[in-house]
Design a binder for this molecule. Structure first.
Ligand code: FEO
Length: 404
């Protein structure tokens, strides 16, 4: 899959519709694309590669565009194998190519491709420039967006940002490669899911990167996943600014774990009371049905989080435990929490949710206005009604947190 960006700049990428889970963790119902970019100036340079084995036509495409020329440089912006997978083969096919990358990436190269001839590597630092002719690539270090070695390249002559994972998205490129060939809104949700599942944990570093980029006139953004933003790159810049700042809106994500529907009864009761108390955005999920990947994306959007779990072997349900683990890792910003549980022969779901929220309160300034309630068996209507006062207080409080 190729596309001309300029006469001397080309997109070479592939769609992966086979991989079920990105990083063996995050579902890919709409697939994913891996993008690389080829500069054909006085000197030629390939920026990043694609996942190993994801497309047998990748080298055909590369050769076609090189049109008999050699490859002078392989620029490595990010070493995660979804982009670095083909490095070994590129270097074999183009023995004169020099690797251009930073010191941290060189260390990673050594563990993924230990047989690379070190004399083929040129180390670059912040602000260094690779001059290819018309195109001058200036390197900008962006550690932890997404890995420690991650960096971007900015073409100072054409104002193009090669942003690697940043501004990338899940979802294949279904015909349209450029933002003017697609509906950007179609990708917004999957871009947010990519952000919240992959990069969100490093939002502080994303904000630093956005501050650096804000001083540059950016005409085109070329990420390593998803569309190339050549008509309105501002749109993804604005989305990222909002997400990185964890600017949430009033609303509630309510997630419950239930085995036989009893905790679900409490969940539906709570959702109804919250709506009656004026909460307009309420998203309810059964954690055993919806993967945390999708729930995290919703949690990022809203300032309220209601968690409820049945008791399971004296703790919380394993799927709720999984979600809490992902929340703790990905750090979706400050939340106002409300907890509930269900039990029969033992409690434990609520207690363990409380321990989780206590940790989030200490580390990320979450708030838990009331300790929560654990209801026995099939929740009696009178017991549910006892939640009403707390729920009214909780609903009223949600307008008070909008930003971290
Ligand atoms: Fe798309 Fe961090 O790799």
């Amino acid at each position: 899959m190729t596309a001309r960006i300029l006469d001397t700049l080309h997109f070479i990428g592939t769609n992966d519709r086979n991989k079920p889970l990105f990083e063996s963790n995050w579902p890919l119902p709409f697939g994913i694309s891996y993008n690389s970019y080829l500069v054909t100036d006085k000197q030629t340079a390939l920026l990043d590669t694609i996942e190993y084995g994801s497309d047998r036509s990748y080298f055909e495409d590369l050769e076609l565009i090189l049109n008999g020329r050699d490859l002078n440089y392989l620029v490595i912006l990010h070493m995660e194998p979804d982009h670095a997978g083909m490095i070994g083969e590129v270097l074999q096919r183009y023995p004169l190519a020099t690797i251009v990358t930073n010191a941290r990436a060189i260390k990673l190269l050594d563990i993924y491709f230990p047989n690379i001839d070190k004399s083929r590597i040129r180390e670059v630092k912040e602000g260094d420039t690779l001059e290819l002719g018309h195109h001058h690539l200036q390197f900008v270090m962006t550690p932890m967006v997404h890995w420690p070695e991650s960096m971007m390249a900015y073409c100072t002559t054409e104002n193009i940002l090669f942003s690697q994972d940043a501004f990338g998205t899940f979802g294949t490129l279904d015909g349209g490669i450029f933002d003017d060939e697609i509906d950007p809104e179609y990708y917004k949700d999957e871009m947010l899911r990519y952000y919240t599942n992959i990069i969100g944990r490093f939002s502080a570093q994303v904000e630093k990167t956005l501050q650096k980029a804000a001083s540059l006139p950016i005409r085109i953004i070329c990420p390593v996943h998803g569309p190339v933003w050549r008509t309105n790159p501002r749109i993804v810049f604005d989305w990222y600014s909002q997400w990185a700042a964890s600017k949430s809106q009033p609303g509630v994500v309510l997630v419950y774990a239930t085995m036989y529907g009893h905790t679900q009864r409490t969940a539906d009761y709570i959702a109804r009371r919250l709506a009656e108390n004026g909460v307009r955005n309420i998203r309810v999920f059964d954690v055993s049905k919806t993967h945390p990947s999708f729930i995290l994306k919703e949690i990022w959007k809203y300032n309220g989080l209601v968690l409820g779990s049945c008791s399971y072997n004296t703790g919380m349900h394993p799927n709720m435990h999984h979600l809490c683990h992902e929340i703790e890792i990905m750090q979706p910003g400050r939340k106002k929490a409300f907890l509930f549980g269900g039990y029969s022969w033992s409690g434990g779901g609520l207690k363990n949710l409380q321990l989780f929220v206590q940790k989030m309160t200490e580390q990320h300034k979450w708030e838990l206005p009331v300790p929560g309630t654990e209801l026995a068996g099939y929740p009696a209507l009178n017991d549910l009604k006892n939640l009403d006062k707390d729920l009214a207080t909780y609903a009223a409080s949600l307008n008070n947190i909008t930003t971290v």
